[in-house]
Ligand binder design. Sequence first.
Ligand SMILES: Cc1cc2nc3c(=O)[nH]c(=O)nc-3n(C[C@H](O)[C@H](O)[C@H](O)COP(=O)(O)OP(=O)(O)OC[C@H]3O[C@@H](n4cnc5c(N)ncnc54)[C@H](O)[C@@H]3O)c2cc1C
Length: 391
Amino acid sequence: MSGRSDSDVLLVGGGLANCLIALRLHALRPELKLTLLEAGPAPGGNHTWSFHGSDLRPAEREWLLPLADHGWSHYEVCFPERQRRIDGRYYTLSSTKLAQAVSALPGVEIRCEMPALHTGPQTVQLADGQTLGARLVIDGRGANESAGLVLRYQKFLGQELRLIAPHGLTGPLLMDATVAQQDGYRFVYLLPFGPDRLLVEDTYYSDTPDLDAASLRSNIQSYVSTRGWGAREIIREERGVLPIVLDADFDSFWPLADAGLPRSGLRAGLFHHTTGYSLPEAAALADDLAGVADLSSAHVGPWIRGRAQRRWQAQRLFRMLNRMLFLAAAPAERYRVLQHFYRLPQPVIERFYAGRISLNDARQILSGRPPVPVLRALRCLPPSASRIGAA
Ligand SMILES: Cc1cc2nc3c(=O)[nH]c(=O)nc-3n(C[C@H](O)[C@H](O)[C@H](O)COP(=O)(O)OP(=O)(O)OC[C@H]3O[C@@H](n4cnc5c(N)ncnc54)[C@H](O)[C@@H]3O)c2cc1C
């Protein structure tokens, strides 16, 4: 049915960013008719999204925390020469819970197995030949191959296990970097979902995006048995290859000529350049978008593009740290950069993960004896080239 739509807003891609937008628009602008188009069988995909409580602004905490599946009051990190427990809230939201929340919204039409072929400012062409229209179309189809980014990768495979006996953990272990270092900076990430339920992720900050699932599975098995645990059942598995940005040219990533085509989530470049995580940015965008008076593509596109551009400018230091991690440190020594980082006061660590560091935080992050060779680290200082400044 060409050009017809019953919706005010078409959300293309039913992933994290567009599901959060649907939740907030429905809550704050209930008069709007929303349609969510998802290529897969259900919105949300197969993920667990974790975040620190301090990543969110107070208003976002109010509506997002009730959706979280799990929350803890502390977490730990563990390196060969540093172990630290941090008293701070940490949460996990599952794609199942997010899909349930969005599917329960009255008046939001969710159309799954509905891949979009082409999105325009006011139209979406579907693979089945239909063209839908709306005043506002938001492209939230996830990461795509893009110009303007020099990338490395955070890659991982995680298994949610039911153990034979309780694991004894009281909170997440965000980085256990005491494991053998291979393929770059390697650590194991543990989330205790219940006394005998545990998510175990074998994770790498790697130069390549290739993920050898069989060898990561076998690493998980050996880690679990080294800790003295035994797996009764693999409940589910997830894997990811997230972008870690070394250098960025925003205008190539999202050309000005495309400003009238609104984007969200990874597609908009709204993610943390050192972790590849995007939940805090997605929550903030959803909240702020619901307060925009003119919800048309012509207005919202440049508004989101400007926001993403400012967020990239604010992440210069993160890209510099990434260059120190990947270019100055030999792969087996990369863990030292993170080990050194975790000496910092908790508020600085929190602002780092929230992507909101101050100049003083930046000074503290860079102070002290560099954990990698000084000359190589100096070469990673940001060039004064406008390419970086423009990002
Ligand atoms: C396994 C995994 C774990 C992660 N864990 C965390 C975490 O703990 N915390 C965190 O903050 N970040 C995490 N991330 C990183 C990032 O936040 C997620 O990738 C997040 O889901 C990105 O959100 P998004 O909305 O941009 O894209 P996605 O959530 O990937 O959504 C894109 C959606 O678009 C759909 N789609 C694609 N093409 C089309 C099309 N042509 N037509 C219609 N629909 C289409 C896809 O099926 C998908 O559902 C994780 C990523 C992965 C892969």
